[in-house]
Design a protein around this ligand. Structure first.
Ligand code: SIN
Length: 491
């Protein structure tokens, strides 16, 4: 596969450390593969602990000057980065689609989505402010300052290769922090292109450093950052087991943490819902990125009274989705990220069917002219809590329908999971809306809405879905400390 871009300079294959593009110290390479086939089409640096430490050296050296730079200057540089991202959106979308398998129209949407965080945080940089507190004792002034935490390590997933890293780097830079970042091994090219654009925007040497590493060598990089007391914060999006590992290992140096971890989102359709709106909402949230989204519904609960009508409308829409090569205009479901992902989806569907679920549409692997790593968009009915797909994220285009009859029961079932990232429900009863929204144990709730993420909103979870928020003013706060000054002898 060839990746041809209008601006070939975006295609980087080395680490960015201290403004220099350099190979991994040991000279190792990480192959970048086409998700549809598993075939290699590019390669990047496969870094080790030495490269990770060099990145921290650069970030630590750059921190004093960057953090003291007036917020307006930081904001202007971040805005320039934003403008360059938009100017290169077609190329960036091609890179995303090619390395991750996201349909090209969604990849364009991801560039806009990621850029919206960059713009938002550029603007927020100039609004950082503390407090002057009424003095408790005469002759004293009590002041509260917000200060950047220091060097931030950002570790990002493959499912949104641009948006996830943008919404970590932008608030860090806006707050005055410097960054060492490691993108997912499956999708390093988008992140490196973003780093290149940041460099072109004039972000100074050492302020943003990026290293790439294979699945095998990622622990070397991350362990080096965990052990390094100069790294004051880790921001991570990924699995709950890895999040717990980061929390345990960063305890030795008590780093600040933001963890956006796994989900198991319920999507509830009550008997008083607008069914067409509910189908639209489920299509938007479940089948976005082929279902490879932490916030996408994993369990769809439909009230008995509207079950058959809902399933019929949903199955028609899902059956009509076009599965095809991600870079082909018109594709709606691209390849899954790799063979392991397709195997997991197939395993979940087989387990569900063996335990009594029925396939309404889909339910099988698909091979396109492009390669074998596709799965047909699927609707299952008669799903039960005993099935694997009810306890674990399927991370694929599968909507399992659970039938329910009672509001109390469905809330209990929706909350019966260690995870608490997102939940969705559809109802037109205003009292029920408040009752259910408050009863759901998640960090985010979509009410008659399937697309909930936005740069101005706090994104994040509760329970084993993690802590910390991304986006909104809360997302900036996560990169700052609160410092209290008490000045006496003023009376
Ligand atoms: C995620 O899958 O973690 C991010 C999804 C989003 O930002 O909407």
């Amino acid at each position: 596969m060839a990746l041809s871009l209008a601006d070939a300079a975006l295609l980087r294959s080395q680490n960015l450390i201290d403004h220099q593009w350099r190979d991994a110290g040991l000279g190792r390479r990480l192959p970048v593969t086409d998700p549809a086939t598993g075939e290699t089409f590019a390669s990047v640096a496969d870094s080790d602990a030495g490269d990770a430490r060099l990145a921290v050296d650069a970030a630590a050296a750059a921190f004093p000057a960057w953090s003291r730079r007036p917020a307006r200057e930081r904001a202007q540089l971040i805005k320039r980065w934003h403008a360059l991202i938009l100017a290169h959106q077609d190329d960036l979308a091609r890179i995303i689609s090619t390395e991750q398998g996201k349909p090209i129209h969604e990849a364009r949407g991801e560039v806009q989505y990621g850029a919206s965080y960059v713009e938002w945080f550029a603007e927020e940089a100039t609004r950082i402010c503390g407090d002057i507190v009424a003095e408790a004792v005469p002759g004293r002034k009590l002041l509260v300052l917000k200060e950047p935490v220091g060097v931030v390590a950002a570790i990002t997933p493959w499912n949104f290769p641009l948006a996830m890293i943008a919404r970590k780097i932008a608030p860090a830079l806006a707050a005055g922090c410097t960054v060492v970042a490691k993108p997912a091994e499956d999708t390093p090219l988008t992140a490196l292109a973003l780093a290149w654009l940041a460099q072109q925007a004039g972000i100074p040497a050492g302020v943003l450093n990026m290293v790439t590493a294979s699945r095998e060598h990622t622990p070397d990089v991350v362990d080096a950052w965990l052990a390094d007391s100069r790294v004051r914060k880790i921001t991570f999006t990924g699995s709950t087991p890895v999040g717990k590992h980061l929390a345990r290992e960063s305890a030795a140096t008590l780093k600040k943490l933001s963890l956006e971890l796994g989900g198991n989102a319920p999507f509830i359709v009550f008997e008083d819902a607008d069914l067409d709106a509910a189908v639209d909402g489920l299509m938007a949230s479940k089948f976005r990125n082929g279902g490879q989204t932490c916030v996408c519904p994993n369990r769809v609960y439909v009230h008995d009274a509207v079950h058959d009508a809902f399933v019929e409308r949903l199955a028609q829409r899902v059956g009509a989705l076009h599965v095809g090569p991600a870079t082909e205009e018109g594709a709606q479901i691209g390849p899954m990220i790799n063979a392991r992902a397709v195997d997991k989806i197939a395993r979940h569907v087989e387990d569900a069917v063996a335990r009594g679920a029925r396939v309404v549409t889909g339910g099988k692997r698909v091979r396109t002219a492009d390669g074998p790593h596709y799965y047909a968009p699927t609707v299952l009915i008669d799903a039960t809590p005993a099935m694997e797909l009810s306890c674990e994220e399927t991370f694929g285009p599968v909507a399992p329908i659970f039938r329910f009859r009672d509001e109390t029961d469905v809330i209990r079932d929706a909350n019966d999971t260690p995870f608490g990232l997102a939940a969705y429900f559809y109802s037109n009863d205003i009292r029920r809306i408040w009752r259910v929204a408050q009863a759901l144990e998640t960090g985010m709730v979509g009410i008659n809405e399937g697309a909930i993420a936005a740069e101005a909103a706090p994104f994040g979870g509760v329970k084993e879905s993690g802590y910390g928020r991304e986006g909104s003013r809360h997302g900036l706060d996560d990169y700052m400390h609160t410092k209290y000054l008490c000045q006496g002898q003023l009376g």
